[in-house]
Design a protein. Structure first.
Length: 374
């Protein structure tokens, strides 16, 4: 490797390290950052001193409860069965919950269809959320808009009546407020966000404290709160499951709840993991990026201040064996064989075409020769 190449490699590694150090790496710190945001945006000033003390703790408990639910839904041995990473326990969650459950056996006939139930479908997200008490269940509802919003709360004249989903039912005195640039009937059926866009397009400035933009910000914060809860559940799933099970379980969670699948992959690097290459394949097939930088040794740190090296998924693919006997997984070998077969088929077709061209040329020459002789 030339000096230029060495410098380029060093600069690339330095850039990657700087980018990593500029973000929160520790998963517990990520949860703490969300709890801090939640307190400042959703709690402070809205509750009594007692409420302000307990609400962040309650939120942390909800996050933990949801992470535990996902562990109960997908125990370690089921995660390992789905995405191999360690020695497989001879236990099946469907047997435990349905086929070998004494309670079920006492109530139902041994040939009952109930014994064919699938546990992870049975204990699904919808059921779990519905089982929560309202003060926890409400976090997973859609944002609800105020019934009435004023364009200028100081005058409380022009206003809109909204549905709980933020659509205009009726508008009153907007015609006069905008000097007929926008008429009341134009706004019926519009979402409040589209109303604000319309005002901007027409060049009409709304007062600084207008309730249209206030309710939009309230809705955005409610959505951000829900998204933050789900992200934190994913972080706790990774942390609780540690280096192998955690990222795999979090990967399932990310796909089910629309989270970023890069996050579980970033914390999954364990060079001794016999299923790491299989997990990378699942990540790539789900739309993951080969350029993603992953942390090396996150779960073997002596402290959270310890600096971590990174490695890209592409470099892992190039260097990580499938197991002690083979470099590639059976699926990769099959794909490689398909590629070889496809190339071989193209070569054969090309040879056939070349032979056909030669045959046609020879026939033309012979025909021309016969004509000349005649």
């Amino acid at each position: 490797m030339s000096i230029k190449d060495e410098l380029l490699k060093f600069r690339t590694k330095l850039t990657a390290t700087t980018e990593v150090e500029g973000t929160l790496i520790d998963l517990d710190d990520k949860v703490d950052a969300f709890i801090d945001w939640y307190f400042k945006n959703m709690v402070k000033g809205y509750y009594t001193d007692i409420g302000e003390y307990h609400k962040p703790r309650n939120m942390r408990n909800l996050i933990e409860k949801m992470a535990v639910w996902y562990e109960l839904r997908y125990p370690d041995y089921e995660i390992n069965r789905l995405m191999h990473c360690c020695e497989q326990e001879q236990i099946n969650i469907n047997d435990v919950m349905f086929r070998n459950n004494p309670y079920v056996n006492e109530l139902l006939d041994e040939n009952s269809d109930a014994k064919e139930l699938d546990w992870n479908d049975f204990y699904n997200a919808n059921v779990f959320i519905k089982s929560l008490p309202w003060d926890e269940r409400c976090y997973f509802t859609k944002p609800k808009y105020r019934d009435i919003v004023y364009l200028n709360p100081n005058s409380r004249v022009a206003h809109l009546y909204l549905t709980k989903n933020g659509f205009v039912e009726t508008a009153e005195d907007v015609t006069g407020y905008t000097k007929s640039i926008i008429k009341d009937e134009e706004l019926t059926g519009l979402n409040v966000r589209d109303v604000v866009k319309l005002f901007q397009e027409k060049g009409i400035e709304l007062p600084e404290n207008n309730e249209l933009e206030i309710v939009i910000k309230e809705a955005d914060k409610w959505i951000q709160q829900k998204e933050g809860i789900l992200d934190c559940v994913m972080y706790r799933i990774i942390e609780r499951g540690e280096n192998r099970i955690g990222p795999r379980r979090a990967f399932l969670f990310a796909k089910e709840f629309g989270r970023n699948i890069d996050i579980p992959m970033m914390y999954a690097v364990d060079r001794s993991d016999p299923g790491l290459r299989l997990f990378m394949n699942e990540y790539i097939k789900s739309g993951g990026s080969k350029d993603l930088e992953c942390y090396v040794g996150y779960f073997s740190r002596a402290s959270k201040k310890e600096k971590l090296d990174t490695i890209s998924v592409q470099d892992l693919i190039l260097t990580q064996n499938n197991n002690a006997a083979t470099f590639y997984t059976p699926e990769e070998d099959e794909l490689h064989q398909r590629l070889v077969n496809a190339i071989a088929s193209q070569v054969d077709n090309e040879l056939v075409k070349q032979e056909e061209v030669k045959r046609l040329r020879l026939e033309r020459k012979l025909e021309k020769s016969r004509i000349n002789k005649g």
